[in-house]
Design a binder for this molecule. Structure first.
Ligand code: GRF
Length: 196
């Protein structure tokens, strides 16, 4: 946490549409002490950038070389006095220097009940296709701290939804998104406040 300010600054990292980022930005818009200070994306045309612009949140485009082989944008994150990093559909692995600089302060959301259906290549539609193919009776979301391995850090929160016989990967994705939108912002707030 930065010592000069009572405000806690969040950076949201996202690679895609950004519906979770939007819910997070809206949730903290009028918060007295927590705000989304930055949206970072590795994709120049990601929908999340439009959402950030709409809400006047500064944007950072992440390039591969400086992210993985350079300083992992640490100086920029410090410039924005970032205290917590929230991964909301961010597809790059977080490099060790960032994990070291933000111990237990990087949170990820995964669209399944970890430890099942996680790891490299298990993202987005691939997760829901695997869950449906395995005829699981339920799926859900996992919000967890980020460590050096994909989808591996300590779990903070899980929520479940039932899967019916008529569910498809698409319909399951919709159910999961609803769960994410309902829980992610509050879980972030509670984690920052030390309640979880
Ligand atoms: C979410 O389902 C999240 O769990 C996964 O990527 C998706 C991002 O969706 N990691 P959106 O861009 O927030 O709509």
């Amino acid at each position: 946490m930065n010592s000069s300010s009572p405000i806690i600054n969040i950076a949201v990292f996202a690679s895609g549409t950004g519906s979770n980022a939007q819910k997070i930005i809206e949730h903290f818009q009028k918060h007295p002490s927590i705000r989304v200070a930055l949206v970072a994306s590795n994709k120049k045309d990601a929908g999340v950038l439009t959402i950030a612009a709409h809400h006047d949140v500064p944007v950072l485009i992440l390039e591969k070389e400086p992210f993985f082989k350079g300083d992992a944008y640490l100086p920029v994150l410090r410039q924005y006095a970032i205290d917590f990093i929230i991964l909301a559909g961010f597809l790059w692995k977080i490099p060790v220097p960032l994990i070291t600089a933000y111990p237990s302060k990087i949170l990820n959301i995964h669209p399944a009940l970890l430890p099942k259906y996680g790891g490299k290549g298990m993202y987005g539609h691939f997760v829901h296709e695997a869950v449906i193919a395995a005829k699981e009776p339920e799926s859900g979301i996992t919000i967890h701290f980020v460590d050096e391995q994909y989808d591996h850090g300590n779990t903070i929160f899980q929520a479940k939804c039932p899967i019916t016989e008529t569910d498809t990967p698409d319909s399951l994705a919709q159910k999961i998104h609803l769960l994410e939108h309902a829980h992610f912002p509050a879980v972030i707030e509670n984690t920052i406040n030390g309640l979880l």
